[in-house]
Design a protein around this ligand. Structure first.
Ligand code: FAD
Length: 340
């Protein structure tokens, strides 16, 4: 390959359906999709896009995104899901942005701490988990982060900068990263490294995930991979804790991995005080279908792609829910999924 090949030419797949990169299984063909595995490649892509005047969109596993049926022809879609790296430095874990959050729970289990259990079977990569401040029950990503590393896309050098978690303005599904052109490249965890065995186990898991765990963005595949790993750990003497068994029970009970979806479509309105899913249930909207999409009969705040749904089908059902909630309960629910 010529030394002068540009990063976009070198790293982009061409004419790729975005549906393969979203757990919704929705999204038309994109002209450019890149899966950089290092910070150098990621930075080179941004530099090249800037030079060529191409717009870009950065994402992770696509488990909180609704891609358009007809993506913009010039847009370079950059998924960080192959940028998976774990490093130990002075007793602290550095975890790269593309590492699945669920892998953190295995780190905790193999290291004898329960602080990371809440990330078990939480779809998505750490970068987006920080961006969205992902949560499960009482656990939030911000609780386990010490320092976040990011690229400021407005700075010409695109050098990596750092920010302590106390300055990240974390709140319910909120972070400072939603208000700046900053791309998270990784973070130091506040959970210390426990043992050499833990480092070895985690280091061996990364290539396995890269090889067979993370392509395409399929929920059943994600579920079976991490279920398999937790069983393997149990076979090696690390018994699955009750908290993780509860996660399996909850998520399988709500059928989280049966159909393509992006999880909860709307945020909960804590001022109102009732979960959005319960409001949808009170409105008798569970099970409502449009095109290939359906409001989950098992969870009022999930809209499933049950049969080759289009983005427009999901948007239609979101509008129905929004209007009904506003009419009956007097507020407009805020979307949680990101509409690209
Ligand atoms: C079945 C199911 C269950 C779910 N359950 C939960 C749950 O219990 N709790 C919860 O919080 N969420 C839940 N989600 C939603 C999802 O898991 C989280 O929002 C997760 O953080 C998304 O990760 P991702 O890598 O897929 O992000 P993506 O969907 O790829 O991206 C989401 C957003 O983050 C931005 N982003 C991604 N990476 C970066 C980065 N490195 N730097 C800056 N911005 C970035 C993107 O631009 C986009 O705006 C669920 C989803 C599904 C499908």
């Amino acid at each position: 390959m010529s030394l002068h090949t540009s990063a976009v030419e070198r790293l982009c797949l061409r004419d790729i359906p975005l549906s393969s990169y979203s757990t919704y299984g929705i999204g038309g063909a994109a002209n450019y999709v890149a899966l950089p595995e290092t910070i150098d490649d990621l930075t080179a892509l941004y530099q090249d896009c800037k030079q060529k005047g191409l717009p870009w969109y950065t994402f992770g596993m696509g488990s909180n995104i609704l891609f358009p049926d007809q993506p913009s022809k010039d847009m370079v879609f950059i998924s960080l899901k192959r940028f998976t790296e774990l490093k130990v430095d002075r007793g602290k874990w550095f975890v790269s942005a593309g590492t699945p959050m669920s892998m953190l729970s295995l780190m905790g289990l193999s290291g004898g701490t329960d602080l990371l259990d809440f990330t078990f079977l939480l779809p998505g990569c750490l970068g987006a988990g920080i961006y969205m401040n992902a949560k499960y029950n009482q656990g939030q990503i911000c609780d386990i982060i010490d320092t976040v590393y990011y690229i400021d896309l407005s700075s010409p050098s695109l050098s990596v900068q750092s920010i302590h978690s106390s300055a990240c303005d974390f709140a319910y599904k909120q972070s400072i990263f939603q208000h700046h052109p900053w791309i998270i490249v990784g973070a130091d965890l506040s959970v210390p490294v426990q043992s050499e065995e833990q480092i070895q186990y985690m280091s061996s898991l990364v290539p396995v995930w890269k090889d067979r765990g993370n392509h395409p963005s399929s929920l059943p595949h994600f579920f079976s991979f991490f279920l398999g790993e937790v069983h393997a750990l149990a076979g090696n003497g690390f018994a699955t804790p009750q908290s993780m068994l509860d996660v399996i029970k909850y998520r399988t009970g709500k059928r989280h991995f049966d159909y393509p979806s992006c999880g909860s479509v709307f945020k909960n309105n804590y001022d109102y005080g009732v979960a959005t899913g319960s409001l949808v249930e009170q409105l008798n909207l569970k099970g409502l279908e449009h095109g290939g999409a359906i409001i989950s009969p098992h969870h009022g705040n999930m809209i499933l792609n049950q049969n080759q749904a289009k983005a427009s089908d999901i948007l239609y059902l979101m509008d129905v829910i929004t209007e009904a909630i506003e009419r009956k309960f007097g507020f407009v629910p805020e979307p949680e999924i990101v509409l690209v």
